[in-house]
Design a protein. Sequence first.
Lengths: 899, 139
Amino acid sequence: MIDLLIRFLLFLYPRDTRRRFGPEMRLMMCENFTQSSRGVILSSAFLLRDTLCALPAAHLTIWMERIGLSPKPPPLRYSKPQEQPMREERESVVYGMVRDIRYAMRSLLKNPGFTATAIAAFAVGIGANAAIFSMVYSILIRPLPFSEPQQLVLVEGTSPERGIEKVPFSYPDFKDMQRLNESYADLAAVWDTPFLFTAAGTSTMWDGAFVSANLTEMLGVRPVVGRTFRESEEANGQRQAILIGEGLWRRQFGGDESVVGTTIVLDGTPSTIAGVLPGHFRFPGTTEVWILLTEDRMGPREHRHLSLVGRLKPEATEQHAEAELNQIALGLSELYPDTNGDLGVRVRSLREGVFGNEKRPVLVFYAVACLLMLLACANVASLILARNESRRGELAVRISLGAGRRRLLQYVLAESAIVAVVGGMLGVALGWYGRDLLLALRAVELPYYLLPEVRLDVLFPIAGVVMLTGLLTGLLPALTVTRTAPNRIGRSAASRHSEGLGASRFNAALVSLEVALALVVLIGTNLMVKSALEQRSINPGYSPQDVATLRLQLPEGRLLHRAERWEFYRQVLDEVRSHPAVASASVVSRLPSNYQTDPWPIVVEGNELSGSGLLPQYLYRVCEQYYFSTLGIPLIAGRTFESSDADKDAPAVAIVGAEFARQFWPGQDPIGKRLAFGDVPTADDGVWINVVGVVGDTYNIGYGRPLEPTVYIPWSDFAPMRTYLVARMESGAGGPFPLLGERVRAVDPEILIWDMRTMEQAMFETHWQVRFYSWGLAMFSVIALILASTGVYGIVSHAVTRRLREYAIRMAVGADGRAILGAVVRANMTMTAGGVAAGLVLALVVTRFMARLLFKVHPVDLSVYGFSTGLLIGAALAAGYLPVRRLFRIEPTTVLSEE
Amino acid sequence: MEYFCGVWPCAGRCALGDWMTTSSAKGTKSLTGSVFFILLALADGDRHGLGIADDVAARTEGEIEMGPGTLYNALRKMLARGLIKEAKRRPAPEQDDPRRRYYRITKKGLEAISAEAARLDRVLAAVREKDLLPATKRS
């Protein structure tokens, strides 16, 4: 430290002063510390003050001497004070390092090919890994952002006898379970559903959820402003209480604290804002408004909407908690056989519940990331090894000139270090933007606990590992050279073949490893891409082109009767259809996309379930007669709805999807069969509905999922308050939304219009995950291909350079250039073939774990295996050919004279 | 004894003060404090840098403490003006430190210090005449 201070102070003086008096001044400064009784701090202060006072004069004197205003002191001759040897050495280490770095920079700039490849390998290796690991971290490792998240569980209802996996709970079920259980510290209920917020004539949709009063406290969330719900508010008769998220609060209310206690209108219901929850808390999903569950709102035991979240007592296990709730559910089904039937309970950790669907694809990403990491390390290692290998001759010369081992290591390391540091920095930046790139591939807003997060404690270890690989491999040739006698290295450097074969074998093995890893990555990712393509090639069951959709909400408090609404919608449709740009238009309760499922218990005549139990639920859509023609859903049998179906005394009719017909009436004509909603109709309650037609199936929840049996019922039977307007536009009409909005408002200016999108957008949002994973993986397969190719290129290029002399001699004595080319390509192919063989074996093992992720693609899909192998061999050949091209331009005399 | 260069807040101990020697009417330059004391230290015999600084500190009872910057700035000026020179003779090898350099006063230096002493003597006489010397210093 003191030495550093002295160096610094001396550095401030003019060079001439340092040259003449430097050693003396240094000695005096040292003695100032050793001999004075002042102590280090006061001595330092004294030297600092002295330097500060003396500097201006010192520089002024030199300047005046230079311009001749002041006489120059005579040269000092009689003593040439020597530096302390140790100090000189230390100084030379610093200066040597600077010199080495400068030298390395120059030499790197002279070899832009190597430099760019190595830096790119570092950057891509680190960047790709950082991007994936940040995603893996957020899904597999990061704790859920709630207090003590390991105790939180998701409670789901099941119906084992009917084979239904997820059955929501009713409010009375929830209350009973909350009251009777002993393993839970707390049990809360949520019902995830959007809300329409209306203020000053405009409406917006908010992501919202009904929640029980205890949810916020159970998850450990404190309000930013105001309070959370009170248990007492769950009782009837209270005005609806809500909590809003901080983001919404700032966006909608400008962060005004006085908004707490005021009343807003949600879904037409006046609601009082009780408090504001912190912006980081959005649960479930992307919820921003929480509405208190109340008994009167949730209705009786057959109204099932709720999911349960619980906090286990510290001593309770998931198994025990599940067994206990199943016991309670059994009691409930004995008490209420009509509604609870065979209701069972499954308990999973909340993490499992939230990330269950994401885990497997992410694990594939994780595996790819690990392979890419290995690939990047091998690539960096082979590049630097090859580079330093070719410098053995130069190192030998340095040794024979007396360079010390440490000095030599330093020299060699400088180059690797520069490449590692620059590549590392680029990689970190790439990792950062890679995450953004991954995010750009998604189409919908993700819950915040799913968002990938670039963390330094994830990023730096990755960067560290790759950079360390570079540094260590940089050391290797320097160590081997310094261990060998200089004359031997000199000889081998001069002959540039036969010797050092061990190292080149090592290089070849590295390249084979790279090829193997790259092949595994390629096959794995190509399987996924093929699976994604298969999914995309599926006919969704409708033609989304030129179809515009928007949601309509009828004004609150008006059009209370079904007939009024039906009449109103007819007017709207007439108005819309009258526009020349509209080819056809219709209304439907739910679009065939966006996971819009709305299951309802449906009974089929002749297939009624004996005994009590939960009724199986099926999708239903309420639609107007031209819905099928507007969306291009084909009619398979029978007829579509007709306007006569709306007649008062007309029999109730329904149309079923092909899958529904297949499940219930296989091999029979479904026309004329009967079904019923809710329960088996009795003489005085309910009606049988006649099936009049069969239409094609549509994919509602993503390709590759099983088709869902669907029932369509005519619009005239329900005419709901909220609906989708779908309109097929004449092609090239462009900008359909203003036009449609204008037409709708012409009928009633008070109608709310929101959620405008084309059918193609809606479809895309349904299937974005497929695109996300396939594009992400395709990106990585390209990276793997590039990394492997650069590895091959580096090694072959290096091998050709090393053996240039040998080839020149061969050509000088009459060898054919093609024969030599053949030899090089053969060597390259041996190297690649080894890697390909190993890669194929590895891929056979690895892809078996992917079977469940693949859609209509076998894990050992020969076309994918063939394509990937061909691609890799092609890339390796091309990468190997580039350096070989030099052979054709060889002038043997030039090469030999260079030696 | 204080010499103020008037520029730096270092109470005249700075090297700028040494540089700002003033010319007298006779054409000889009067000496600043640092230069005067360095010459005084060298009047006894050859000394190295640290030896000079120690001598000055002892002579002024620690009032003037020269750091390496001040000392070598002054030495440089004095070498250039020929007031001192580098000593050829060094102590016996066992007492010698090769890093040190020894300085010797020149004839010109001796003349300068005598002239300065005479000037100071005249100053002192004038002060005594007016009885301005503090009682403590008179002894």
